[in-house]
Design a protein around this ligand. Structure first.
Ligand SMILES: [Zn+2]
Length: 284
């Protein structure tokens, strides 16, 4: 990544790609680019080949430029594999890790979309991207999240947070476990009765501190599997407990109906209101 000097768009691309021309049409900046590689590595046998087979075109979306969508029209090479024992006779070149063979977006654009999605929602991410000049639908964001994170073994430290969530409110629930330091989700489990959490906790006995909600299911599992672990009621649920206690106290102490009098004379003529005033005065 360049840090100083005159702006030259080629600074932002691998040295093996040349910008041939550029044009702007409506809301899109299009860069016509050409690979200038002289060799490539076979993805199957990993042997270097310099034997050209043909060229092909790829259209890839890149990071937006001042609100304009940026589209790269790249002419790249296919190579023959020169290893006679390799099953891959012809292969399309990888552009120095700039983008995968089948990708339609650059890696850096995908990272930006993932970052926005993780902090908003898939549909919210799509709307924000649209404002920035990135074309991506909510469904595409879901697919990107799925292909990026599905099957990954997520690591967590000894500090975790746990809570339940609804797949469908009133019907199906799940349990989400987050790393307490990074705040990233590390596991999604079925159900919220503690059964799946118990199995997970048995495999992660290095956990020492757990923030949880006020439900007894998780607390019971933690006490059984890791009795030494510190359990912390998280701030959201402490606040929820406090608000419920205040509501219960108000419901207990106040009458169902309170008349707000416009003038003191009205109040004096209403025995219920007089009783209420007396009641309040006594409390003071
Ligand atoms: Zn090969």
């Amino acid at each position: 990544m360049p840090t100083e000097g005159q702006l030259n768009l080629e600074m932002f691309y691998p040295k093996t790609i040349k910008i041939i021309s550029n044009n702007i049409k409506e809301s899109t900046v299009k860069l016509n680019m050409k690979s200038i590689t002289s060799h490539a590595v076979c993805p199957l046998c990993h042997q270097i080949s310099s034997h050209y087979h043909s060229t092909y075109h790829r259209t890839i979306q890149d990071l937006p430029l001042l609100g304009y969508n940026v589209e790269l029209d790249i002419t790249a090479y296919r190579y023959y594999c020169e290893n006679s024992e390799c099953g891959q006779k012809v292969f399309a070149e990888e552009l120095e890790g700039f983008t995968g063979t089948y990708r339609r977006k650059t890696e850096r654009l995908e990272q930006l979309i993932l970052s926005i999605a993780m902090n908003t929602s898939c549909e919210g991410c799509s709307r924000i991207c649209h404002e920035m000049g990135i074309r991506v639908s909510g469904d595409s964001v879901i697919r990107l999240l799925t292909t990026t994170y599905e099957g990954n073994e997520h690591q967590c430290g000894c500090f975790i947070g746990i809570d339940d969530f609804a797949y469908k409110k009133g019907q199906t629930y799940g349990t989400v476990i987050c790393d307490g330091d990074s705040h990233n989700p590390v596991e999604i489990l079925d159900g919220r009765d503690g059964t799946s959490f118990k199995q997970w906790l048995k495999k992660h006995q290095f956990v020492r501190t757990i923030t949880r909600d006020r439900a007894s299911a998780y607390a019971k599992v933690i006490s059984e599997v890791l009795p030494e672990a510190i359990q912390i009621a998280d701030r959201f649920h402490l606040y929820q407990n406090l608000m419920k206690a205040v509501q219960d106290a108000l419901a207990r102490e106040l009458p169902n109906k309170i008349r707000i009098a416009n003038q003191i004379n009205d109040v004096q003529n209403d025995s219920d209101d007089v009783n209420l005033i007396n009641k309040c005065s006594k409390k003071k």
